[in-house]
Design a protein around this ligand. Structure first.
Ligand code: VGL
Length: 300
């Protein structure tokens, strides 16, 4: 910094704005040259001896909702996290959607597709449904002889080629008649829902979103049409898993023109990084994220 007091050019030592680190480096430089009469790199010693100051995080706002995804509860304010607070919905025009809330995606079925904490979403699913006029749900319903089943030479989650409606190898899961197929304990019987979707019944079809039977999204499961026929414009979504079926269902509902609220306390994901990316994608596509049903207010 240059200053000109009394017309003389003076280098203003930026003493005040120097960090502790830099001050020490300069002092060491001076001492070294006084003692040895040669130049020294004081910064080198300081860097070696002192812990580095923490790096400045420029994208703090983006990263700060990471714990929310994993724990399913928001710890930061809405502005920091992208999680909205106090959302109003009109009961008569709002539906709750329980996406694949089945044992197969919980630790009850360790050999299928267990999602950490999957069984903990029940209270939140019930709480969000209590705010709504309509409750719909979906289940995976897969053959144990489906073409996409992982096995010899086919790693789970490896790419599968050659099928229009199955793209990844998965372990056997959600087979009707097995415990994995059942809704998680504490949820209503399927007959108590207003509308229900069973998906992936054909052995060569493994869709993710609950709104279409096929990956190309040409064959409706009817749920969008049902919701529209009931005058629904807002859908509160929870279920399993955040990074697969919840993600696709939310994006399909948004494309169909619904206002979609994703309840973070009612979802769990397979992996933290893909869940985080999925939530970011859903938010960018127009979904609203809420920390839990307690943040929602239903007006009649
Ligand atoms: C799902 C992976 C494979 C899900 C289903 O319901 O999220 N994920 N099959």
């Amino acid at each position: 910094m240059i200053d000109k007091p009394n017309g003389r050019i003076k280098t203003v030592s930026t003493e005040d704005s120097l960090s502790e680190h830099e001050r020490l480096a300069e002092a060491l430089d001076r001492q070294f040259s006084e003692i040895f009469g040669t130049e020294a790199d004081g910064r080198f010693f300081v860097d070696m001896l002192l812990p580095k100051p923490p790096p400045v995080r420029t994208n703090e706002a983006e990263l700060s909702w990471r714990p929310t995804v994993i724990a399913g509860g928001a710890s930061k304010t809405g502005r920091e996290t992208g999680v909205s607070q106090r959302i109003k919905v009109v009961r008569a025009r709002t539906a709750a959607f329980d996406v694949d809330a089945q044992n197969t995606f919980t630790e009850i079925c360790p050999d299928e597709l267990p999602v950490k904490g999957g069984q903990d979403i029940v209270d939140e699913l019930n709480a969000q449904a209590a705010l709504c006029a309509v409750r719909v749900g979906s289940k995976d319903a897969h053959s144990p002889a489906a073409v996409w089943i992982a096995g010899e030479g086919r790693q789970p989650m490896s790419r599968l080629d050659g099928y229009d409606n199955a793209d990844v190898c998965w372990p056997v899961h959600a087979v009707p008649g097995t415990p994995g197929f059942r809704l998680i304990d504490g949820l209503p019987p399927v007959t108590d829902y207003d509308y229900f979707v069973w998906k992936g019944v054909e052995p060569d079809m493994h869709p993710y979103g609950a709104c279409y039977h096929d990956i190309g999204e040409r064959m409706s499961t009817g749920v969008i049409e049902y919701l529209k026929s009931r005058g629904i414009d807002t859908v509160l979504v929870g279920g399993l898993a955040t990074d697969y079926c919840v993600r696709h269902t939310v994006l399909q509902l948004l494309r169909a023109g619904f206002r979609v609220v994703v309840n973070l306390a009612a979802v769990r994901g397979v992996a933290a990084d893909t869940s985080e990316a999925a939530l970011r994608e859903m938010r960018q596509a127009g979904a609203v994220l809420t920390a839990g049903a307690a943040e929602l207010e239903a007006a009649s």
